[in-house]
Design a protein around this ligand. Structure first.
Ligand code: PBG
Length: 338
């Protein structure tokens, strides 16, 4: 027996601090609160609320419903909402021309939410994919996503969002250099208080699957040489960790105020490394596939839904995240308040 008898170490009883709830609460290292959550919300052109099949409990909201939801966020103590638009197929084209429409769905949703609850922060994705008919985040030419041509479009989109009242721009496209150009253009437009939270380490992940249904972006590409079926030439290889640090370093140098790691739970190691390396406010996105996994298992009776939701969100805090972008936000805030 290599293990000495416990009696040799009478002081080493780690269970002593776990014996009752009061002492567990006293020695708890991290705490999840509604103030840690950014509500990931899908909006649509139509009326009312439409359930998203692949994400039980998530609905697409009309502009009017989104305004009500902003009021709900305020009363639940949720600091901010991230808006994702479901755009009618007829309005999409190869260039994503509708992305910068000042009268479009995103602009109207942002204005309605800020009017209804000005105390709640509103964040917008800067990327073309909800608006392109091929579903890629940028301008597609002969099978290639053009970096600099895409950035020109993203700047128009970002300025439009900022003028509509968005507090945070979140470039999620993974083009090189977009944070720097966006920051420069915001400054020269007199929009210097608008924050940038960059999707700095964003991976080419399978876990975004249900989001495609949620925003109606259909099947990505055709898989042909002219229209790739994945985003691997711009989003990161899931095998890489050092590269994540280079991505984050660049976005910070270019003027990002906050950075994000995405997806969340399978990439907690990246969250931890980014926090330790840069000491920047670092957010994690608990993406659609993570939401769907928990809900599917819970609906089968395989997981305890409420405990799984709170444990998954608490894990981000333990990893060092400043906050979490999540579709569970209203649900979790209610559970935490109870
Ligand atoms: C668009 C974007 C995506 C998500 C957020 N912004 C999809 C993608 O990059 O393919 C994913 C959100 C989710 O899965 O919940 N660039």
């Amino acid at each position: 027996m290599s293990q000495p008898p416990l009696a040799a170490y009478p002081a080493l009883r780690l269970r002593r601090l776990r014996q009752a709830d009061w002492i567990r609460r006293l020695v708890r290292e991290t705490v999840l609160t509604p103030g840690d959550l950014i509500w990931s919300m899908v909006v649509h052109e139509g009326e009312g609320r439409v359930p998203v099949g692949s994400m039980p409990g998530v609905e697409r909201l009309s502009v009017a419903e989104a305004a009500k939801a902003a009021v709900e966020a305020r009363s639940l103590g949720i600091p901010a909402i991230a808006v994702f638009p479901h755009i009618d197929g007829a309005r999409k084209d190869a260039l994503g021309s509708a992305a910068a429409d000042p009268d479009g769905l995103v602009a109207r949703a942002v204005k309605a939410m800020k009017d209804a609850a000005p105390e709640v922060g509103v964040m917008c994705d800067v990327a073309l994919d909800p608006f392109t008919d091929h579903g890629h985040d940028g301008v597609l030419e002969e099978g290639r996503i053009l970096n600099d041509a895409t950035i020109e479009r993203l700047v128009e989109q970002g300025l439009m969002q900022a003028r509509a009242g968005a507090d945070i721009l979140a470039p999620s496209d993974m083009m090189d250099g977009r944070c720097g150009v966006l920051r420069r253009e915001l400054e020269s437009a007199g929009l210097q208080d608008v924050m940038i939270m960059s999707y700095a380490a964003k991976y080419a992940s399978a876990f975004y699957g249900p989001y495609r249904e949620a925003i109606g972006s259909g099947k990505l590409g055709t898989g042909s040489v002219d229209n790739p079926g994945d985003k691997k030439t711009y989003q990161m290889d899931p095998a890489n960790s050092e590269e994540a640090l280079r991505e984050v370093a660049l976005d910070i140098a270019e003027g990002a105020d906050m950075v994000m790691v995405k997806p969340g739970m399978p990439y907690l190691d990246i969250v931890r490394r980014v926090v330790e390396t840069f000491s920047m406010p670092t957010f994690a996105f608990q993406v659609s596939g993570e939401y769907a996994m928990i809900m599917a298992a819970a609906q089968n009776g395989w997981l305890d839904e409420e405990r799984s939701i709170l444990e998954s969100l608490g894990a981000f805090k333990r990893a060092g995240a400043a906050g979490i972008i999540t579709y569970f936000a209203p649900r979790a805030a209610r559970l935490l308040g109870a």
